[in-house]
Design a protein around this ligand. Sequence first.
Ligand code: ATP
Ligand code: FE
Length: 356
Amino acid sequence: LTFLGLESSCDDTAAAVIRHTPGQTPQILANVVAGQTALHANFGGVVPEIAARAHAEKLDSCVQEALAEAGLALSALDGVAVTAGPGLIGGVMSGVMCAKGLAAGAGLPLIGVNHLAGHALTPRLTDQLEFPYLMLLVSGGHCQFLLVRGSDDFSRLGGTIDDAPGEAFDKTARLLGLAQPGGPSVEKEATAGEQNRFKFPRPLMNKPGCDMSFSGLKTAILRARDALVAEKGGITVQDRADICAGFQTAVRDVLVGKTERALTTYMAEDPSEPALAVAGGVAANMAIRGGLETLCKQRGVEFLAPPLRLCTDNAAMIAWAGIERYRDGQRDGMNLTARPRWPLDKAATPMLGSGK
Ligand code: ATP
Ligand code: FE
């Protein structure tokens, strides 16, 4: 099966082509991502109107580029998969309309994919991971544990009730005058810092369940910064490094502590080859990754982190999820709609802890 995938739910316009022959490793024939960072740089965040317009403008050329890279004509494909939500509605609609046009024009099946399912199924593309596995999705907009039992069978074990960790990294960087995106800058500063000088809160850490909270951290950091400024008129490079180290350790402790609880729930399913996979930009953080790896080793669980370009937003994961869903008999018609909110877990309440 060869599928084209489209992604336009946030600030990346992406198109990819995946080929899968049963019994073989799936092949990524093309994976084109056009970011919009420069367009939103002056606004302190993604502007939905600008994003939607840019997606509408760029989708066509991304598709052409992906097909050219794969060396395939549209007619050589078996289907078109597109992110149908959750995300910024204007962007999602641009993608869905583009996919409908392509599918109708070439007479191909159309598959709508949940963006989070795309992230959650990525370890099956990269590592042929067997169900059921545990997924920790940690990015700028999401933070949740998913028990993945099938291409359309997810249980949300818990997640953030407020900010996502990536957002907390970005806000911390902003408070300390470090460059955006905050994750890499804070991680770099933290290497020279003393992690125990500042003791930042670890909310919900000792509460049962897998829910987390990260919004209190920015207040704690603001207080630490302002106390130093009041005391000696400013903060030194060392102070900044110490704050970064303390912050990163707090995030790591919460994520590792809650992963331990999520693993217990997951292990009760008695998986034959237990595995924890991570996805999202925050999974690039070596301290966090190291903490999770150590925990997995202790529990006899395999730890998997797909390469970063497949961990952050991309269309290869959408094309792959499309193939999985198609194989499981799912099809969407021309009545496929864009959904700004779309919880993966059918039992979940959409408003609780979606992190966005
Ligand atoms: P979505 O949540 O919709 O997938 P996103 O664009 O916010 O979208 P990603 O691209 O997966 O998410 O990740 C970006 C986030 O990851 C940013 O908040 C960034 O600060 C964070 N990040 C990137 N590298 C690191 C790192 N080394 N340590 C911590 N956080 C990081
Ligand atoms: Fe994403």
